[in-house]
Design a protein around this ligand. Structure first.
Ligand SMILES: NC(=O)C1=CN([C@@H]2O[C@H](COP(=O)(O)OP(=O)(O)OC[C@H]3O[C@@H](n4cnc5c(N)ncnc54)[C@H](O)[C@@H]3O)[C@@H](O)[C@H]2O)C=CC1
Ligand SMILES: O=C(O)C(=O)COP(=O)(O)O
Length: 787
């Protein structure tokens, strides 16, 4: 199965502005499957069989459009200068060793580019035929710009909606891509360049050759402005009117869910969403989303914290005025043919006190508008920003009682949380003036609806303007329904955010975030995930990969299933430039993911930034992180940052002695399991494995042998593998660290004459072959890890 998510991450994590501007991954039917964000990707070395289309925009700018001559002067020049003529520059298949394949595939594909600008030659020359005509180049003179047959590949113009990403959907001719897919898979199977399960296959379902794009489910009315953005790279399904049960039945197909306030995103729904990566709330309040459940499952929840604030505030003012001037009764009366004036005398708001509970974004916006109406403003909010309050002329009162007593109009703008549920009940209403009117444009449930109904009937509260209800829509016999029917109530059906402008804002806001998340980027306003700036994320990306590999290497090398007691205490030390990173959360999450992947079914493992800490806690894993700014790291080691993992048996009590004890230090070191890694040219390397100094890329199938450090061992291992038909991709010998060899944990120098041999294997090594390596010829241990 194609893992589109992994692919997108893979592409994104390998961004490097210096090489390609952008990488795209297409399915055989030409749909865009994954693309790099926002501007580039480094060559994907060691990632077998990543198929990507890449081009460099700057090479293609200023290319005249074919129809420029038909355009008027201004338009033509705009088109020349602003619109890049996107063209295929190269199709690249990266695998550790195979360039031949790349060449062959390029040939087949590039021929079918329609009307494209000839790509700049870069690296090797593409050929015109799969059979390999060495002299031919793409595009051949007679086909460039003239492909009009059904075998053509068309480019569409970049979508203006995808900010930096110059989106251009290349429709690849199906037949050729099918052939391409077959060629790749054949080649991979033949050469064995298949790395674990992360192998990129071209087919989603392996049967019909149609790879699915990530799917987004939208069960409510969300403005089309944002949906258009989604459509460029995702499958968007608007399915209104699904019952909760139907929703649970279908959610398993979807990668993202976009809701407003009507959909209850329960723990059960989230659990059924096996592929879900993001729940987006096209609005502010996330009280309809089970945040704890989402966090545990590693599902990011995003909202639009600003998009509808103004709409909600304006609606509050509308209800304020409507209750003050009996607008809805007056309107209904007039429509029923009556002309009632003396009955409908209202009150003015100017000079009256507006009491605000919750002086956040909506509360402050209401305050500013009400200030303009000449109202006196007071607020109760223990967490209010006092300088913002002062600038809006709002007096913060220290108790709710004080607020209630003074209020002529009371409005609530807090979120619905445990501490605010039922916060205005009979007790609070009883403390208010009889002439007071109350407003609720926040959430049903803040007011005790029964108590409010009673107060209105008893005449101890003069009126209410209500937009939100405990249950929406309210059942006919609910107190909410009675409130709606009450003559002193102006009611609207949760319309606070229902303006064209607000809906456009929230839709674009959350859809952009859904795209970001599904393409491996961080969202702008995640409710349950730490905020990481894109720039920072990019800097950390290569280390994310390193940490995942280190975690996986640790589990497979030091803690194979046969190991007696898994270690659960880990120390990660970030040294050098990495020590100044603002956050290391992505590294923590990646390490944990790597650590658990080899011992957990992929179904149940979804570890990411959102849930890493919870998962670690649940499994009793303690990961301590520390930073070391070794100034001379770069000069001593040749790289700017490194990470050292130390796995310990049990917590260490702080040393009582201040005098270092070399023997006990060595003994402790021997018990520790250590791995050190670094990143060079965006590629992760391991530079220490246990007691051994090494340098290898943690990727693919590795055979790791511990042997006596004496001549002939390489020959022995190489010979045995050769006989067993096992191909060696690379080999690296790791001598023992000098300090480690001097004194081992037992204090007798045993083990100092040892080395590790790390062999990159094409394909797999059977248990028998592995066992046959260990024995008299000086190989003490042999293990296989797949990274
Ligand atoms: N009716 C509608 O269509 C809409 C309703 N809303 C609702 O408006 C509410 C407020 O939204 P924002 O202003 O954006 O939120 P916000 O988070 O900016 O402000 C909430 C404020 O409430 C305060 N607060 C929290 N607990 C409190 C307590 N126990 N007592 C007093 N103050 C407390 C906080 O300190 C904060 O200042 C949310 O419930 C949201 O769902 C928002 C948009 C549209
Ligand atoms: O944004 C909010 O909190 C709202 O209450 C708006 O709800 P809606 O999206 O209109 O269902």
């Amino acid at each position: 199965m194609l893992n589109a998510r992994a692919l997108t991450e893979l592409l994104t994590l390998n961004t490097d502005d210096t090489l390609c501007k952008q990488w795209w991954l297409m399915t055989p039917n030409g749909t865009l499957l994954a693309y790099s964000q926002p501007s580039g990707i480094k060559t994907l070395r060691n990632k077998a069989a990543v198929v990507a289309l890449s081009w460099q925009e700057h090479q293609l700018l200023m290319q005249p459009q074919p129809n420029d001559s038909e355009q008027d002067e201004d338009e033509a020049s705009t088109s020349r200068t602003r619109e890049p003529v996107v063209s295929l520059r190269a199709l690249t298949i990266e695998s550790t060793t195979s360039n031949v394949l790349t060449t062959r595939v390029q040939a087949g594909l590039l021929l079918s580019l329609e009307g494209g600008v000839p790509p700049r030659r870069h690296g090797f020359e593409p050929k015109t035929s799969a059979e390999g005509d060495d002299d031919a180049v793409y595009p051949p003179e007679d086909t460039a710009g003239a492909a009009t047959s059904s075998e053509e590949l068309t480019t569409s113009r970049p979508s203006s909606t995808m900010s930096n990403a110059a989106i251009s959907i290349l429709r690849l001719q199906r037949k050729k891509l099918d052939a391409l897919a077959d060629a790749i898979l054949d080649e991979l199977e033949r050469t064995g360049q298949i790395v674990g399960f992360t192998i990129v296959k071209l087919y989603e379902n392996g049967t019909n050759g149609h790879a699915a794009r990530p799917k987004v489910l939208i069960p409510e009315k969300v403005s089309p402005d944002g949906l258009k953005l989604l459509q460029a790279s995702l499958d968007v399904h608007e399915r209104k009117g699904l019952s909760p049960q139907e929703l649970e039945e279908v959610i398993g197909e979807y990668d993202a869910l976009i809701v407003r306030s009507e959909t209850k995103v329960t723990a059960a729904l989230l659990a059924a969403g096996k592929r879900l990566r993001v729940v987006a709330r096209a609005g502010v309040g996330v009280d309809n989303v089970d945040l704890d459940a989402a966090t545990k499952l590693g599902i990011i929840v995003v909202n639009s914290p600003q998009g509808n604030i103004n709409a909600a505030a304006e609606h509050t003012i509308a209800l304020l005025m409507a209750t003050a001037r009996n607008i809805d009764i007056a309107s209904a009366s007039l429509k029923s043919g009556k002309w009632e004036r003396s009955k409908l005398v209202g009150v003015e708001v100017k000079g009256k006190t507006l009491a605000i509970i919750g002086l956040g974004k909506v509360g402050l916006t209401v305050a500013r508008a009400a200030g303009g109406l000449g109202m006196d403003l007071i607020a109760f909010d223990p967490y209010a920003n006092t300088s913002l309050a002062a600038s809006a002329n709002v007096e913060i009162v220290s108790t709710m009682d004080e607020l209630l007593k003074q209020a002529d109009f009371l409005t609530i703008h807090t979120p619905l949380i445990a501490s605010t549920k039922g916060m205005i009940s009979a007790n609070e209403l009883a403390k208010m003036k009889k002439t007071a009117r109350v407003l609720n444009v926040a959430r049903g449930g803040m007011f005790d609806e029964a108590a409010l109904l009673e107060a209105l009937e008893a005449g101890t509260i003069a009126g209410a303007g209500i937009d939100v209800f405990t249950s929406e829509p309210p059942a006919p016999d609910d107190n909410a329904s009675k409130l709606i029917a009450h003559p002193k109530v102006v009611a609207t059906p949760h319309l606070g955010a229902s303006t064209v402008e607000a809906q456009e804002n929230v839709s674009i806001d959350v859809c952009t975030q859904v795209i970001s998340i599904l393409s491996g980027q961080m969202p702008r306003s995640a409710v349950n995930a730490p905020l990481i700036l894109p720039e920072e994320y990019r800097t950390l990306s290569p280390f994310v990969s390193l940490l995942e590999k280190m975690g996986s290497l640790y589990t497979q090398h030091f803690q194979p299933p046969s190991a007696s007691q898994p270690r659960k205490i880990f120390h990660l030390t970030y040294t050098g430039a990495l020590a100044s990173a603002q956050t290391t959360k992505p590294l923590f999450a990646a390490f944990l993911k790597g650590l658990l992947t080899p011992i957990t079914s992929s179904e149940s493992l979804n570890i990411n930034l959102v849930n890493a800490e919870i998962v670690a806690k649940e499994r009793g894993i303690l990961i301590n992180e520390s930073r070391s700014r070794e100034e001379d790291l770069e000069s001593s080691s040749g790289f700017a940052s490194s990470v050292t993992l130390t796995a310990r048996v049990a917590p260490r009590s702080p040393s009582v002695s201040r005098v270092p004890d070399p023997f006990s230090q060595a003994q402790k070191r021997d018990q520790d399991h250590t791995i050190t890694g670094f990143v060079s040219a965006n590629t992760p390397y391991i530079s220490r494995l246990g007691r051994f100094e090494c340098r290898f890329i943690p990727s693919g199938t590795l055979l790791i042998c511990r042997n006596f450090d004496s001549p002939g061992k390489i020959g022995v291992v190489g010979g045995r593998l050769g006989k067993a038909g096992v191909n060696i991709r690379f080999m690296s010998v790791a001598p023992i660290d000098e300090d480690e060899g001097e004194v081992d944990g037992k204090g007798n120098g045993e083990g100092k004459n040892e080395a590790l041999m790390i062999l990159g294997i094409a394909g797999s090594v059977s248990k028998e072959v592995k066992e046959s390596l260990v024995g008299e010829d000086g190989v003490l241990e042999a293990g296989v890890v797949v990274l």
